[in-house]
Each structure stands twice: as structure tokens, then as C-alpha cells.
Design a protein around this ligand. Structure first.
Ligand SMILES: Cc1cc2nc3c(=O)[nH]c(=O)nc-3n(C[C@H](O)[C@H](O)[C@H](O)COP(=O)(O)OP(=O)(O)OC[C@H]3O[C@@H](n4cnc5c(N)ncnc54)[C@H](O)[C@@H]3O)c2cc1C
Length: 461
């Protein structure tokens, strides 16, 4: 059975706003049937292109195959935040991996924004990078202690984080809703499609070729290496890298599609807002997340537009973002905003794994795959792509992420229902917090009896 085939790259358009700014689309070339490469990379998102770039810079003959266009997948649809963390806190990573591996993952995650900004500078990528930091705010009192503990732990590890409280928090977030926020100065933000296109330009400049509108339908191995079948014909390579993210399917290798739980996520961008009103909202232009379970991201673009994460149909490739809910949440966070007019909304597939750690596999001689970035792939995908390149070059021990066996989840057949149930539970949890904030009044909400304040995990996307 072909897993995740129901979400093959569809016709839904990526973000027009991103497309019209920064790096332009790139002309690519069709495949030459029967041609032979050292390595073929499947998927022209951040992971596939980072792998191709690392290989090309080492003199390897690489060809990239993309079913639709460069950045068509999640890479061209993301919110654009690059945090110094994946989905887990350093403490959780310490508790999950052996010490040496945990140290390596934590050390790399801490440098993720730096790695991305170095890549942007080295290749002069025009992607409106903002190095202004990230904020995570507690959206209800029960989340404040978790945030304090995280801030303490990060500060103990020597990272440049500050816990902002009361007036300092209100000034930096610009919102009366929050009393406590963690400010991480390392975080950056960018235009993800422009970043992806910039990687593609660097890949082409390094002598590598890319073919768009070329879907890989099958992989076969013979004595000479891999035969990569596409609708246009077959090409060959010594090694193949599969970087197909949420579209990863058992069709290319048994089991790899059954580890990934694709979830639809939505974004919306407003028309430019009144500069006077905007001046008080995120005045230092950090990206803001809060501790709710679903879609809290808010950022401001240099041309005065708000860009937010939005809830929507979680398993529908052509579903529409819930813009009324997004407007309501914005009013609650920023009552000073007059109604926002939305310019554009779009959706994309996020490749969740069961434990929210990425998966990196050595599938067969000369066949590698990686996926499962669980909504953090702009920065972590840049590193994972390089890891894939190292693996394909026989330097797997140098990879940051551990190479694991494929672990198809037996319950994957029910993944649509699992995603729907989990999302419904998260919606209820967030709605209760919003209701309390609204109904009980800000004073009560922000000054709850102390016994209601308890420690909770704050990990979120
Ligand atoms: C709405 C949204 C918001 C997000 N926000 C953020 C954020 O703020 N910060 C962050 O770090 N991450 C964010 N993410 C996650 C991030 O975008 C992804 O983790 C990252 O882009 C994944 O990169 P990728 O290269 O693995 O996948 P993709 O960009 O999805 O690329 C995979 C490519 O493979 C191609 N493909 C698939 N099958 C085939 C085939 N058979 N043959 C040829 N080509 C194929 C697809 O067309 C696609 O272009 C967000 C994701 C979404 C959807």
C-alpha cells in the first residue's frame, strides 16, 4: 500500500507574496534520459537543495529532481522563523540521547540561526533576513512556570535568553495579553521561498543541474547502481537521496511513508497596516509565538504587513484557512488593531513524526532519506541536508542526527483520524484558555491564585 500518496504535490499555489520578493524563480533544464550522475537528489526543498549544495561544493556530480517547482513544498510556504531549537528543549534532548549525541544535537540546535545566516551571507541570498530574535510568551498562567524553567536552563547553558516580565513583557510583545515572555536573541526570520530559491541558485552556480516538473515514480537497483524512473524516462546514479518531506511515500522505499504523519498548516498575510498602530506591536520586530497548542505565530514584515499562523482543515489539500478565527485571536492579542484586511492565505503540509524528531535513514547501499522535521525545517533542514550529503559521501559518523532504522508505525493506517483527534483536542484546550481570558477579565486571568500555577511543557511549533 502506498502511504501518504493522498497528499502528492497538488495544484494549490504557494505564496504569491513570497514569490514576488527577493530571489526570482530560476530556469531549470529537463532531464536527459539515460544520463548518469554520482548522486541524484529527489525533492527541491531546503533539505534536498542543502544536500545538493554540500555535495556540489565537494565536486560531486549531482542532479536534483523536483515534482513541481523549486520551493513548491513546505519550504516555499513556511512562516519564516528560524529558532535556535527544534521541537524539543535541550533538557528533553539530554534525556533522550546518549550524552555525546545529545551534546552534538544541542550544540548544533543552538547555532541553527547562525548556520542559516552564514549560508545566506555566503551565497548572497536575497531573502529579507531579520536578525532580531524570537519571543515565546505564556498564553495562560499555567504555562509561566515552564517558561521560567526553560529560561533558567538555557541561561545556565550560556545562551543569550532573557525572561521578560510584566511591563518589560508588554513593551516588547506590544500585547496586554502576556505577562511573561522568553526572549531569545539568536532567532532570525526570513522569506522561506526566497531562501530556497537562493539555495537553488547556489546549487546551479556550483555546477549542479535541477529538473522541475519531474516526478520520481520508482527506484530500482542493478549492478551499475540506481535507476531513477520518472514520467519522462529513466536516469541513473551511484547513489540517491530522498528528500520529499511530507510527500514521502512507500512507493520509493517500503516503510518510509509510514513514519510520517502529514498535517496541513496555514498562513495568512495582511494588507499593510497603519504605521502608527504598528509601531507599538512587536516594536523590535521579533517573531512571536505563544504557548498555545495551535498556531500562535505573529510577525511583521518591513512593509508593515502582519503575517500569522492560522488554523484550518488539518487533512485537506485544498482546504481554506480559518481567517475569522485568526482575526479573533489577533484582536485578543492586540486590541489596538482595527480589523485586519487579509491579502493572502495559503496552506502547506508539515511532516510530523510520532516523537517529533527527524528521521535519517540508510535504506540500502547508496540510498539515503531524511524527513520528519515537524515544522522546524528551515534551519534544521539546512543541517539535515548537509547530513544527508555527508552520509552519501560515506561520512555518516559526522552527521549530527543519528541514523535510525525505518520504523513504520503500525497505527499509520489511521493517521487521518489520529491527526483529526489530536487537532480537535488542541483546539478545545486553546479555546478554553481564550474563553477564560475573555470571560473572566484580564486582571483575574493575569493574577490567578498561586495554586493554579503549575509546571507544564512549553515545547511548541
Ligand atoms: C505552513 C507552514 C509553516 C511553517 N513554518 C515554519 C517556520 O516558521 N520555521 C521553520 O523552521 N519551519 C517551518 N515550517 C516547516 C518547514 O517549512 C519544513 O520543515 C521544510 O521546508 C521542509 O523542507 P523539505 O526540503 O524537507 O521539504 P519540502 O520543502 O516540502 O520539499 C520536498 C519537495 O519534494 C518534492 N517531491 C515530493 N515527492 C516527489 C517525487 N516523487 N519526485 C520529485 N519530487 C518530489 C515536493 O514537490 C517538494 O518540493 C513550516 C511548514 C509549513 C507547511
Amino acid at each position: 500500500m502506498t502511504k501518504n500518496a493522498d497528499i502528492t504535490p497538488r495544484q494549490d499555489a504557494p505564496c504569491k507574496y513570497f514569490s514576488e520578493r527577493g530571489e526570482s524563480a530560476i530556469a531549470t533544464t529537463p532531464i536527459v534520459v539515460g544520463s548518469h550522475y554520482d548522486i541524484i537528489v529527489i525533492g527541491a526543498g531546503i533539505v534536498g537543495l542543502s544536500a545538493a549544495l554540500a555535495l556540489a561544493e565537494r565536486g560531486v556530480r549531482v542532479h536534483v529532481l523536483e515534482a513541481r517547482h523549486i520551493g513548491w513544498g513546505a519550504s516555499g510556504r513556511a512562516w519564516g522563523q528560524v529558532a535556535a531549537a527544534a521541537k524539543h528543549t535541550p533538557k528533553e534532548i539530554d534525556a533522550t540521547f546518549p550524552p555525546e549525541r545529545a551534546w552534538r544535537i544541542n550544540e548544533t540546535m543552538a547555532r541553527i540561526p547562525e548556520i542559516v545566516s552564514e549560508t545566506v551571507r555566503r551565497h548572497d541570498i536575497q531573502c529579507e533576513m531579520l536578525e532580531s530574535g524570537n519571543l515565546i510568551a505564556a498564553h495562560r498562567p499555567g504555562k509561566e512556570l515552564g517558561l521560567r524553567r526553560l529560561a533558567d536552563d538555557l541561561a545556565r547553558r550560556g545562551y543569550p535568553v532573557t525572561l521578560l516580565e510584566d511591563a518589560a513583557c508588554t513593551t516588547v510583545t506590544g500585547s496586554p495579553r502576556y505577562r511573561v515572555a522568553l526572549q531569545d536573541k539568536r532567532g532570525i526570520a526570513l522569506n522561506p521561498l526566497a531562501y530556497t530559491r537562493g539555495l537553488a541558485r547556489a546549487v546551479l552556480n556550483a555546477g549542479t543541474s535541477i529538473s522541475e516538473n519531474t516526478t520520481v515514480t520508482q527506484l530500482e537497483r542493478n549492478a551499475q547502481g540506481w535507476i531513477v524512473q520518472t514520467a519522462q524516462g529513466a536516469i541513473r546514479a551511484e547513489s540517491v537521496i530522498i528528500a520529499t518531506n511530507a510527500f514521502t511515500s512507500d512507493r520509493l522505499h517500503p516503510g518510509i511513508g509510514s513514519e510520517i504523519f502529514p498535517v496541513r498548516a496555514y498562513q495568512a498575510i495582511s494588507r499593510p497596516l497603519d504605521p502608527q498602530i504598528l509601531a507599538g506591536i512587536l516594536p523590535e520586530r521579533q517573531t512571536l509565538n505563544d504557548t498555545r497548542r495551535l498556531f500562535s505565530g505573529i510577525r511583521i514584515w518591513p512593509d508593515g504587513r502582519l503575517h500569522v499562523g492560522v488554523d484550518g482543515p488539518e487533512r485537506s489539500g485544498d482546504g481554506r484557512a480559518f481567517l475569522t478565527g485568526a482575526s479573533r485571536r489577533l484582536r485578543m492579542t492586540y486590541p489596538q488593531l482595527s480589523p485586519v484586511t487579509w491579502q493572502e492565505a495559503w496552506g502547506g503540509w508539515v511532516d510530523m513524526t510520532a516523537d517529533k524528531y527527524p528521521v535519517l535513514h540508510d535504506l540500502a547501499p547508496g540510498l539515503w532519506s531524511a524527513a520528519g522535521l515537524s515544522g522546524r525545517g528551515i534551519g534544521v533542514g539546512t543541517v539535515l541536508g548537509r547530513d544527508l550529503a555527508l552520509c552519501a559521501l560515506g561520512q555518516a559518523p559526522d552527521a549530527v542526527h543519528p541514523i535510525t532504522a525505518v520504523t513504520p508505525r503500525w497505527y499509520h493506517f489511521a493517521h487521518s483520524s489520529i491527526v483529526r483527534l489530536a487537532t480537535a483536542a488542541y483546539r478545545i484546550e486553546d479555546a478554553i484558555a481564550d474563553f477564560r481570558f475573555h470571560a473572566m477579565g484580564q486582571e483575574f486571568f493575569l493574577n490567578p491564585p498561586l495554586d493554579r500555577v503549575q509546571s507544564t511543557s512549553i515545547t511548541k511549533g
